[in-house]
Ligand binder design. Sequence first.
Ligand SMILES: Nc1ncnc2c1ncn2[C@@H]1O[C@H](COP(=O)(O)OP(=O)(O)OP(=O)(O)O)[C@@H](O)[C@H]1O
Length: 287
Amino acid sequence: MALEFHRIDFHHSRKASLFTGLDLRIDNPATVLLGPNGAGKSTLLALAASQLSPHRGSVDWRGVNPATGGGDRAAYRRAVAWLPQQITPVPGLTVREQVAYCGWLKGMSRTAAWRASAVALARVGLGELADRPGHQLSGGQLRRMGIAGCLAHHSELILMDEPTAGLDPTQRAVFRSLVEELASEVSVIVATHQTEDLAEMYRHVVVLDRGQVRFQGTTEEFHAVAAGGGGAGGTGRTEGTGTDRHGRPATAVPGPGPGPGAGAGPGPVSGVPSAEAAYARLIERET
Ligand SMILES: Nc1ncnc2c1ncn2[C@@H]1O[C@H](COP(=O)(O)OP(=O)(O)OP(=O)(O)O)[C@@H](O)[C@H]1O
């Protein structure tokens, strides 16, 4: 990968600015995007999926900018797939037809899309349900069908918005192993509130709050925050966590004011630090 946001300004209509000069580079193939309600996760994914356009700044994937024109938008949309929170099956289509339709929409021939749909459905464990009407699928099956649609047209990056919301533990486990497998072939960025499976599923964490990146680093660094490392409420960048391969602080957290993590280095990861605790520290509000 890399997915890059350059100096993004964005606000929803009649709303105050959500992103102002947002710079973010995500170059890990398995990244989770965390943040409280309204932090801007879905909006960031919609910008990344080119469903929304920034008012200023640009987004690119591997150097392709969907706003450039001249075929770049189509190329971008073929490479970057988006799985929104709600997957609504097209009435009257079978599961396989829905998946083939995704491939066709992205420019594949009917024959190629039809063939690819069978492979993709087998990949997500829905081969046996291929002839069933889409509207008969459960919530977890619908999300897997959505992923099959992304795989059918050979996406390079899949953006998933709350893919495990409302799933029971069994379906969550199925989804978890699917994402683990997928991350070896395609890049995935998942926005979620579920932090319990974090370390097993993702290598990289980005925390957003009120349109700002509050943390970016590895899952280990994220857990170090729970174990006493800097982050929440810090007065400046957290020291001592090293830099990423682009030379930026791995936990770049320009904090809102003095807080419990101010000036602290990363604590030792002793026992099993809780992702919930790290998350709570990072989104702690100034009182
Ligand atoms: N279509 C829209 N029109 C107007 N405002 C919107 C729209 N979509 C989102 N917003 C606002 O933008 C802000 C960010 O919303 P967004 O859905 O991106 O956050 P989120 O982090 O995904 O939240 P959640 O975890 O609740 O899904 C919120 O203040 C929200 O009310």
